[in-house]
Design a protein around this ligand. Sequence first.
Ligand SMILES: *[C@@H]1O[C@H](CO)[C@@H](O)[C@H](O)[C@H]1NC(C)=O
Ligand SMILES: *[C@@H]1O[C@H](CO)[C@@H](O)[C@H](O)[C@H]1NC(C)=O
Length: 425
Amino acid sequence: MRRIQTFSAMILLVSLFLIFFYSTLHLQTANTLRVASEKPPKQLDLHAQDSDVKHPSTPEGFTTTDLNVHGISISDELRRVIPKNGAYWNRLLFSALRSLDEGENPLRNEYPWPVCRQENQDLLRINVHDFNSYPVLFQAFLQGMNCRSPPILISQPDRCSSGGKGGNNQTFLLFAIKSIPPNFEQRQAVRETWGREGVYQHGLRVRIVFLLGASSQDDPDLSRLLSHEAALYKDLLQWDFQDTLLNLTLKMNMLLKWTVKHCPQASFVFSGDDDVFVNTAALLTYLQTLDASKASQLYVGHVISSASPLRDPKSKYYIPPSFYDGPYPPYAGGGGFVISGSLLQPLYFISRVIPFFPIDDVYMGLCTKALEVSPEAHQRFQTFDVKEQDRENLCVHKEHLLLHQRSPQHIKRMWRGISSPLLTC
Ligand SMILES: *[C@@H]1O[C@H](CO)[C@@H](O)[C@H](O)[C@H]1NC(C)=O
Ligand SMILES: *[C@@H]1O[C@H](CO)[C@@H](O)[C@H](O)[C@H]1NC(C)=O
């Protein structure tokens, strides 16, 4: 009898131990993106999912059914362009596609913003074997690459519905300009020239927002100046993340999110830098003369069509081979491109599935590839510069839709010039 009791007690202990052991195991896998899993991918078919399955939602409220409801699917072409290999980003992409395929939420591992970077440390240690050899800024990018919900510091929820006396307040073109907090002069030059808000030819309404991140701790505190500027012009949007080169994809994502929510009726959105020169009237004419099918699928700019990652660690756009391996899809240079308003919501949903890439315009190329929207090359968008001898040439400025790298003074001078009725080209 005694022996039987001891025996059952032992069985009980062993089962308890096993239960405990398996539950920790489960926790571990649940907390880790299973990027190393060797399961072969099935064909992705978002429409074939069981509609009764409840999908977990993220803090953003995103579910995979959002993609279904809006009839958005991820193109097979993306799979063909992106090699399936051991690089981290490539593994993340295919893992996300596999999750979608299985009806899971690819973003189930998104941590809340304040702890996100910290929580991602383990993930990186496990998945990126040479993480410590990455440049410091690149390491910072990786730590935050699935932190997608920075708090908004300055918002303008009424931006797109204000100023509509007489009924017509439908935004035809929204200028969404990437700026940084100290660039007061650049923003002012843009407001006074090509970015002036108002109703242009044929009643087309143009609006503008500037997108800002936050200053770093070492920068002078500009927050009071910025809130003054925001109150005065009501065209600033600011989020609480460091305004750095490798955070531009996050900024682009915040633009999509903001526009989908607050400016959903905009016909076109121009995304660009605060040091470009735009011929607004010519751009509006171009956009207005597009036929309807093209106007709803537009992604136009200076197209870079067969680029690959730069592998020189000293380059501004360096990409470590163990992070991304493969060519870039064609994309429009980030200095300035135009995209149809109707593509923003699909892009925003798609961007919840495609892992962040450190270069914002390449990221846009990846997301549009997933939607099977091809960038349209346009000779009159020049995101690199024109010939040195043409930098002061007014006719060259008049004939282009966009030129890059202009000082505020140069923008003012050229704008005055091309607006002159005396100019003959
Ligand atoms: C236009 O403005 C009015 C108020 O001025 C607002 O109620 C309406 O929603 C706006 N329409 C659009 C399309 O934003
Ligand atoms: C992006 O912003 C976050 C939040 O401010 C910061 O911690 C991170 O270092 C930034 N990333 C890069 C690559 O600069």
